[in-house]
Write a protein that binds this ligand. Structure first.
Ligand SMILES: *C/C=C(C)/C=C/C=C(C)/C=C/C1=C(C)CCCC1(C)C
Length: 286
């Protein structure tokens, strides 16, 4: 199991100019989105009541952490490729693409996403503590169990990747179940203006989180792994490169929605629940 287990990523498949740029551009866009969301969330704290400011602070931290990591991922992608001398595509430079940044990001940000959500719900303290403990532990387990599978690049070991993905899916479904039932239960105790937004937040989590295991599966087919390891034949390499590109783009879009988009929703919920600030009064009266 240890063999081929690398903290520094692995060899990269040959890419067309379009494929290389698609990934580079989406990474760059993700840095901008996360950075702008961080500014917005930090500066919007003044527009909500004091008890909702911690939720916005944590939301701002989540996108700040992601902004930094995507900046590093963007650099690592740049370093991992060079223009091919012939054929007009990109080939691996020999430097490893660092997959670890993303998992380092998730292990910090996914538990914090749970914190921002529970903070904005403002449940009874004992209830909030129990809910948060369960969600944070499950989130950390989900990411920790996915990582050993993510770094497998030997096509002969694709079954192992499926097993780690399956193990990681246990806490994944547990979180979705707990969130869905708890959010549904809390709806009746929330002000009407916040209810609709919480229903949207519930859907956003369900849909964006589902993208991650799908992207993981795309990048883990035997073809994708063979292309990563540089052992694929020409036809399979094309399928494999598509899988690797699909995985990177899928994760980046899901991260923007699940962090920046979700952060804006948390802000809207906080504002809808605020009664003391001027904006809150206007909102509550509407
Ligand atoms: C901001 C980052 C977020 C919301 C990351 C969420 C990540 C997941 C829901 C990952 C789930 C995975 C599985 C359910 C199985 C395969 C391995 C993972 C880690 C990709």
């Amino acid at each position: 199991m240890i063999e081929g287990f690398s903290l520094l990523g692995s060899a990269m498949p040959d890419l067309s100019v379009f494929q290389y740029n698609a990934v580079a551009n989406i990474f760059s866009m993700t840095v901008a989105t996360m950075g702008a969301a961080a500014l917005f969330l930090f500066m919007s704290r003044a527009h909500v009541d004091a008890e909702y400011r911690p939720a916005l602070l944590v939301s701002g931290l989540v996108v700040s952490i992601a902004c930094y990591h995507y900046f590093m991922i963007r650099h690592s992608w740049h370093d991992a490729y060079k223009l091919a001398e012939t054929g007009g595509g990109y080939v691996g430079s020999g430097a490893a693409f660092n997959d670890f940044y993303r998992y380092a990001d998730w292990i910090l940000t996914v538990p914090l996403l749970m914190v921002e959500l529970v903070a904005v719900l403002r449940l009874h303290p004992s209830k909030a503590t129990s809910l948060l403990t369960r969600l944070v532990i499950a989130a950390a387990l989900m990411i920790a169990l996915g990582y050993p599978g993510e770094v497998i690049s030997d096509p002969a070991r694709w079954q192992e990747r499926v097993i780690w993905g399956g193990l990681s899916s246990i806490p994944f479904f547990y979180i979705l179940y707990v969130l869905w039932t708890e959010l549904t239960n809390s709806l009746s105790s929330q002000p009407p203006a916040a209810r609709k937004l919480l229903e949207i937040a519930r859907l956003v989590i369900l849909i964006t989180w589902a993208v991650y295991p799908i992207a993981y599966a795309l990048g883990g087919t035997p073809e994708a792994l063979a292309a990563k390891a540089g052992t694929a034949n020409a036809a399979n390499a094309i399928v494999g490169a598509t899988g690797v590109v699909g995985l990177q783009i899928g994760y980046a879009i899901a991260d923007m929605t699940a962090k920046a988009g979700f952060g804006v929703l948390i802000y809207l919920i906080a504002r809808a629940k605020s009664t003391k600030t001027a904006l809150g009064e206007a909102y509550a009266a509407a």
